[in-house]
Write a protein that binds this ligand. Structure first.
Ligand code: PLP
Length: 411
């Protein structure tokens, strides 16, 4: 079994000298998976009709079955593939038959500063909710979260909002939020909202590959997760799980030939989402190859354990180097494989800090670390990966310190 850390970097097409501590934004994938994607594209071009009509749907079902087994979904037909989490969120929220005046619980706030310092919901999902609230005249019930928070505090805030707002139809919440990159108590939240007769829609964009999932046990109504972030699948790949009881409410954004062709909604769901039309199947088909690569280096538990431990140790190292602290609660439940560290900046305006750090980290320090505001402070989010080790976190810490110093000197 290969050792995790820099020794594994040769498996990934990352350029020399790059300090890759941001798997969380766009993901990256091994050379062997990339090679497989190219082979599927070649197979398609050798006889497009044979591939698109016959071979690709069969291969897609193989990928879907393996993914379903990984995420504890007993019936692979409950899983649809969509190009990314933004589209998957749009698919559910825009096709769901909301009635005028329905309420949706979400952890975001409308009409605030565009940098969302009061929000932990992902911006595109927030904007989709905002769009749907205008378009379908539904009401958004907002839960403001100011981290660090215990899981219980998050649940208590949601329970309070539910008590104060009778008649909520759906709750939209993360499995792991983006900024900050923290684990959300999504299993307990699912139970809480469902106990109150509310549908649970989990944005698990960061979940698959980063944390174990058991959809049968969690039993959400809707669950999405990007395979291109943490599962080592080429970009353009999100899965959407819809419980059978809700499949009648969900149709693809691009309505196709299978709409209302089946006499059973569950059957219709599978058909509608299997017919992806004239698209590049190569990313979806590589799921099984990505899983094979993951198995060859030790499997899910070993990958997730290494990344989590590295995030914890690496975060502590960066915080010590910067003289600040890691965003954690007393129970230490916030960190999975992303860790959030406070930056030593005073009175920094997010609208200036964010573009400055993006430019400087990419072009002067050959890395990228997203930075964002929480409660008047600025935090950086670092991702741990099988191809990184503590040396990368040291280099990232150095880049962050120098960028903070340069930013303060300039202001
Ligand atoms: C929590 C969360 N939801 C949704 C998305 C959107 O993902 P995509 O870019 O694949 O649409 C992201 C992206 O980082 C995210 O972090």
């Amino acid at each position: 079994m290969p050792a995790f850390g820099r020794a594994l970097r040769k498996d990934f097409p990352l350029e020399p000298g790059y300090v890759p501590v941001n798997q969380g934004s766009y993901g990256t994938f091994p050379r062997v998976v990339r090679q497989k994607a190219i082979e599927y594209q070649e197979q398609c071009e050798q006889h497009p009709d044979r591939f698109m009509r016959i071979e690709a749907p069969e291969l897609l079902k193989q990928s879907r079955s393996q993914l379903a087994a990984l995420v504890g979904c007993p019936d692979p037909a409950d899983i649809a593939f969509i190009e990314n989490a933004t589209m998957a969120a749009n698919t559910v929220l825009r096709s769901f038959p909301f009635a005028k005046g329905d309420k949706v619980l979400c952890n975001q706030r409308m009409h605030v500063h565009p940098l969302r310092q009061f929000s932990t919901g992902y911006v595109n999902v927030n904007k989709t909710l905002e769009f749907v609230s205008h378009y379908k005249d539904i009401e958004l019930v907002l839960v403001e979260l100011h981290y660090p928070l215990s899981d219980q505090a998050v649940l208590d805030k949601a329970a309070e909002a539910i008590d104060q707002n009778p008649g909520i139809r759906m709750a939209v919440f993360d499995a792991i939020s983006s900024q900050p990159g923290v684990l959300f108590p999504f299993e307990a939240m699912t139970r809480l909202v469902q106990k109150n007769g509310i549908l649970a829609f989990i944005d698990g964009a960061h979940a698959v590959g980063q944390i174990p999932l058991d959809l049968q046990a969690i039993d959400p109504d809707f669950f999405l997760s990007n395979c291109h972030k943490w599962l080592y699948v080429p970009r353009g790949n999100c899965f959407l799980y819809v419980a059978k009881r809700c499949q009648q409410y969900v149709h693809p954004l691009g309505i196709n030939n299978h709409y209302k062709q089946a006499d059973h909604p569950a059957f219709s769901f599978e058909k509608e989402f299997l017919d992806l039309g004239a698209v590049d199947y190569s990313s979806v088909l590589t799921i099984k190859d990505a899983l094979a690569y993951r198995a060859s280096i030790g499997g899910e538990d070993a990958i997730q354990e290494y990344c989590h431990n590295l995030a914890v140790q690496g975060g502590a190292l960066v915080a010590e180097f910067l003289g600040t602290s890691v965003l954690e609660n007393e129970e230490r439940t916030l960190t999975a494989s992303m860790v959030n560290v406070e930056l030593p900046l005073t009175n920094a305006a997010p609208a200036e800090v964010i573009p400055y750090f993006t430019q400087t980290l990419i072009y002067e320090h050959h890395t990228m670390i997203p930075v964002f505001p929480i409660g008047g402070k600025i935090y950086a989010r670092l991702s741990a990966q099988i191809y990184t080790d503590l040396e990368d976190f040291k280099e990232a810490a150095d880049a962050l310190k120098k960028t903070c110093q340069a930013f303060e000197a300039k202001n």
